[in-house]
Write a protein that binds this ligand. Structure first.
Ligand code: IVH
Length: 672
């Protein structure tokens, strides 16, 4: 082997870092990876081994050096370069009108240009850069003096440690933004903490604050945080004359900038933006507590100036109250499809965030203990990013409060409840329990499973309670006359439902597996199982080892599948479903048409109505293929709302770009 000179080695490491940084940016900032996780792992591992062999060449901005340092005793305090102000609030449309009027009066303009942004509900952070290197991160503190959380902030993957095209930017500059934890990471963190008997966080903001202010950076690194940049607190940033351009510049520097920003002209467009987000906020993967409206031209911002507390050029608009106080009238328990018994609070009905709430889950006994909740107590309920309301805390203990006792037997079938392997949850193990059957039918019929519209709680209650259905297979033998006699049913709705049931026979095999409701078998696992075993019979006969041959299927899932098919009741069910004509085999090419045969697609950005999984499914159903990277083999790029690189690449190599609507148009032709 030829001798590698130190300079060559240094160069190799530097260019490897550049490549890793590029892919991290695509993944964490743009949400558009170009390589697989495995390929990324190989790259970072290569960098790590080169650095381990040459520790003198390690630099603090290397992607391998995000988690460093040791747990500390406390945080050092430091003053902000300029105060981190807060925002004035608008609670109603009238407040917004006043705001716009004030700005028009002060600026003398007839119509003011604004930027509308989401008000992310997290922790604000000020991050300093020197010659492109991230040098310090401070929390807001009291607005004048913050806490130095640099080591922790370095672990946030969407926050760049190095700005590469630094020559375009000032030698020293500061970026302010919000650190947020998305709802999925929040739920995951809380359920892990519950399992370990640790107190849970009340909301993602507290969880993000906790993660940012722990003394050990390793803990911050283990909690997925995101940094969204929203401003550069310089009077005259040389590269921008408008807030809009500041955001674009931040994005091109490699910062994550929230994509839901809009340029708004005048109050009418502000008002539309507000209405849109009041409705759409539930669909976001993180929490927002309102919107921020900012005057766009920085020159006007300067003229308007700030008060001691807040800038005059911006306002935060809050949405209708998402919290309310009500009384817990009772606590009952609900038996799920897998037998899990969960306590549920019955609430005195109350309006929260525009919807009436009368019940909410309490998850398990530990949650009740954590809240210190008794029946008759007054509680604060909240509807957050997800639609499911939750109890935040007890606000007043009732004098006549009663403690809740978790039952030891199933409230429906009286079977003794069992707690498996130290699980927090107790389960009803009776597979014939009517409550479990009801939940199984609801799951079987749900949109993502057999998609049988019209089957809801009220109908399922009647079907099971009147012994009309004793397994999901019985749905396929129901008669119009039987259904039509039920409460709130008539011949027309009965016929519709039966038609929907009948149509579900065509639902493809992977979704049938999912619909069976085997514990731990979600949609993705069902797809893996279908692809691997090709028929329900081979799948049912598979040993634990056979099952675990599939990548991503571990012992827990394999065991659950074996338990399911080990029950004679379930084997009978499969026989019956086969007789009813359901799809229990994976057809070699299970498509509903071949219009897209041989056509290769790449998806990018957020599509207007479908998730990427749904679009992929639809394309595959019609004979097409979907790949993740744009290449000369790509026939079409389906582009949603995006600022990513796939679009640019497709344009560069002349790939045709289409919309979701056009795709739907082609497919509909197939269905005719
Ligand atoms: S601009 C001068 N933009 O809201 C203050 N703030 O109530 C400029 N926040 O402390 C703040 N999303 O932590 C701004 N898109 C956004 C924001 C945002 C969330 C937070 C920020 C600030 C608080 C003010």
């Amino acid at each position: 082997m030829s001798e590698v000179t130190p300079d060559v080695l240094k160069g190799t490491i530097a260019s490897l870092r550049k490549v890793v940084r590029h892919h991290e940016r695509l993944y964490y900032v743009f949400d558009e990876p170009e390589i697989s996780d495995k390929e990324y792992d190989i790259l970072i591992q290569k960098l790590r081994s080169l650095e381990e062999a040459n520790p003198n060449l390690i630099t603090p901005d290397s992607p391998t050096q995000r988690v460093g340092g040791f747990p500390r005793d406390g945080f050092v305090k430091a003053p902000h370069s300029s105060p981190m102000l807060s925002l004035d609030n608008a609670f109603t449309k009238n407040d917004l009108l006043d705001f716009d009027r004030r700005i028009r009066d002060l600026s003398g303009l007839a119509i003011v240009e604004y930027v509308g942004e989401l008000k992310l509900d997290g922790i604000s952070l000020s991050v300093e850069f020197s010659r492109g290197h991230m040098t310090r991160a401070l929390t807001r503190g009291d607005g004048l003096i913050g806490e130095d959380v640099t080591q922790n902030a370095r672990t946030i993957k969407s926050l760049p440690l190095l700005i590469e095209n630094e020559e375009h930017f000032p030698l020293q500059f500061e970026v302010r933004g919000e650190v947020v934890m998305d709802l999925r990471s929040f739920e995951r963190l809380n359920s892990e903490r519950l399992k370990e008997n640790q107190p849970t966080f009340a909301n993602p903001r507290n969880a993000a604050a906790g993660a940012l202010r722990v003394l050990d950076p390793k803990i911050t690194a283990s909690r997925t945080l995101n940094f969204f940049a929203y401003m550069i607190p310089a009077a005259n940033p040389p590269f921008a004359s408008h807030q809009w351009e500041v955001l674009e510049a931040l994005h091109s520097m490699g910062f994550k900038v929230n994509p839901h920003r809009e340029r708004l002209r005048g109050i009418d467009e502000i008002s539309n933006f507000y209405d849109k987000w009041q409705k759409q906020r539930e669909g976001l993967p993180y929490e927002i507590d309102g919107l921020v409206i900012k005057v766009d031209p920085l020159s006007q911002q300067q003229i308007l100036g700030t008060t001691a507390k807040a800038p005059r050029w911006a306002i935060a608009c809050k949405f209708a109250a998402e919290q309310a106080v009500t009384v817990v009238e009772a606590i009952d328990v609900q038996v799920g499809r897998t037998g899990a018994v969960t306590p549920r609070a019955r609430l005195k009905p109350v309006m929260v965030g525009g919807a009436q709430i009368s019940r909410t889950t309490l998850h398990n006994e530990h949650e009740i203990a954590r809240l210190g909740l008794h029946i008759e107590d007054s509680v604060l309920v909240e509807r957050s990013g997800d639609v499911i309301p939750k109890i935040i805390r007890v606000v007043k203990k009732a004098q006549n409060r009663r403690a809740f006792q978790m039952p030891s037997c199933c409230p429906i079938c009286n079977t003794t409840l069992v707690r498996e392997n130290d699980e927090v949850i107790r389960r009803c193990v009776n597979t014939n329990c009517p409550a479990r059957l009801k939940e199984s039918i609801l799951h079987f019929s749900s949109r993502r499973a057999m998609n049988i519209a019209g089957i809801g709680d009220a109908l399922v209650d009647q079907l099971v309670d009147q012994n009309l259905v004793s397994s999901v297979a019985d749905l396929y033998t129901l008669q119009t006359s039987t259904l039509a006699k039920l409460d709130k049913m008539g011949p027309k709705s009965a016929t519709n439902i039966l038609e929907n049931i009948s149509l579900s026979r065509a639902i493809p095999f992977p979704r049938v597996i999912f619909a069976l409701g085997i514990r731990f078998v979600g949609e993705q696992t069902a797809q893996l199982l279908a692809n691997h075993f090709l028929s329900i019979r081979t799948m049912a006969a598979a040993s634990l080892e056979d099952l675990q041959e599939i990548k991503d299927i571990g012992p827990r899932v394999a065991e659950a599948i074996q338990i399911f098919f080990g029950e004679s009741k379930n084997c009978d069910l499969i026989d019956q479903l086969e007789k009813m004509g359901l799809q229990l085999e994976q057809k070699a090419m299970q498509t509903t048409g071949n219009r897209l045969e041989g056509v290769n697609f790449v998806l990018t950005g957020t599509l207007p109505t479908m998730s990427r999984d749904e679009a992929t499914y639809l394309i595959e159903q019609h004979g097409g293929t979907v790949t993740s990277t744009v290449s000369t083999k790509t026939n079409y790029l389906i582009a949603g709302k995006t600022t990513g690189t796939k679009l640019a690449k497709a344009q560069e190599i002349g790939i045709k770009i289409i919309t979701e609507e056009e795709l739907r148009g082609w497919i509909n032709k197939d269905n005719n």
